[in-house]
Write a protein of this length. Sequence first.
Length: 148
Amino acid sequence: MAETWNKKEREKKKQQNKKEKAERKQERKDNSKQGKSLDDMIAYLDENGNLSSKPPDPRKKVDIKVEDIEIGVRKQEPVNPEDLIRKGTVTFFNDAKGYGFIKDDITGESVFVHINSLAEAITEHNKVIFEVEMGPKGANAVNVKLAK
């Protein structure tokens, strides 16, 4: 049986790939640094967290106390009650639907207010004092009173 041209080409490619692979293997052997010393293999981290071949400067060492390391979510600090009491202006209030919005004088953000949170009746453009409480959809005004 005679070999076809396609078979010969595939065989040539196989032989060429084997030869290239053997050359790469020999090149890696030649370029590898057998018997490296320990000092050549050690890498250090500098003060910026980058790998370096030089050991770090001991004068720049920072001592960290184990107690200062926090893993997880920080403990919530108690909120000052005075920070929750704010002043604002009623920008919109619908008596029929029972809700409205108050614009905070300090932050300028709009805070939702429900009729159940009112201590006294309010209308638009009234100056009010209120407390902020976080609800599922954002900030809500509670204990809303007219400013005097």
